[in-house]
Design a protein around this ligand. Sequence first.
Ligand code: ATP
Ligand code: PRP
Ligand code: MG
Length: 284
Amino acid sequence: MLKIALPNKGRLSDEVRELFNDAGLEVRVRGERALTASLGGEFEAIFVRAQDIPEFVADGAADAGVTGWDLVCESGRELDMLMDLEFGRCRLVVAAREESGIQKLEDIQDGVRVASSFTRLTQEFFTKRGQSVKVVPVSGATEIAPHLGIADIIVDLTSTGSTLKMNGLREVGTIVQSSARLIARKGHVPDAAAQLDELRQALGSVLAARGKRYLMANVPRRVLPNVHEVLPGLNGPTVVEVQGGDFVAVHAVVPARNIYRTINSLKNLGCQGILVTRIERLMP
Ligand SMILES: Nc1ncnc2c1ncn2[C@@H]1O[C@H](COP(=O)(O)OP(=O)(O)OP(=O)(O)O)[C@@H](O)[C@H]1O
Ligand SMILES: O=P(O)(O)OC[C@H]1O[C@H](OP(=O)(O)OP(=O)(O)O)[C@H](O)[C@@H]1O
Ligand SMILES: [Mg+2]
């Protein structure tokens, strides 16, 4: 049975579990602190720190894993990136104190001390730019480093920007755009490849369904051509005869983000009995 390494706590763990559950790979843990679990009886999950997952997968302790792209890049290990899971979006950025006078990357002088837990990416980034900095390794609460006088600038993750702001820091450049990814060891055996492809499709079908809604409506026959314009659907809407009436029933998969407008357009065309439901899985 293939082993999948999943984050045991922190930012990504809840959403990873939810995604696997929604894909029919229910996480069955044996007690709160269990380190392994069955994933719907198809895979074995091992729960470890997000940071360790790239190493574990690269070394073969797990066949695949889910972790942040930032951590995959920081590990420097060669891994197959199988899919972007679209959550855990954040950026690894360079930030300086607001009063430092550093507005952009070019303002950073040689010899500047940079606090980060992403020491490898930080070093590589400045070396590539031809800037010689001194990396100060920290393992957390990086934002405090400039205030303690142990560094001049920092490299850390941000999403909303509120932590930087709260600490009087200004973002001056981006090193990596990140999100949670499904990764696998390079050159795994063909049998694993087939199973990982099924996994990728299962997770992909959940992600695809999240952005869509299933819409049904009773449509006056005479406005059907106009409804076709409002509801292009995946392969065009399905039209079902409603016996003995002037109405037909129309079913379509529509983008969730347009649903407000779509319903109003249908109402204005005289449609009735409009019903919208969530979709669990979508494999076009
Ligand atoms: N503010 C954020 N917004 C969105 N995603 C984030 C954010 N911070 C971190 N992440 C993502 O979550 C991953 C794991 O971060 P998390 O905070 O859970 O663990 P950690 O701080 O590295 O480790 P630990 O808390 O176990 O010491 C990061 O590598 C990144 O991909
Ligand atoms: O831009 P924001 O939305 O403010 O998010 C940024 C913060 O999120 C992460 O920390 P986290 O909350 O995971 O805590 P940690 O330092 O314990 O990892 C990151 O290290 C930043 O401190
Ligand atoms: Mg964190």
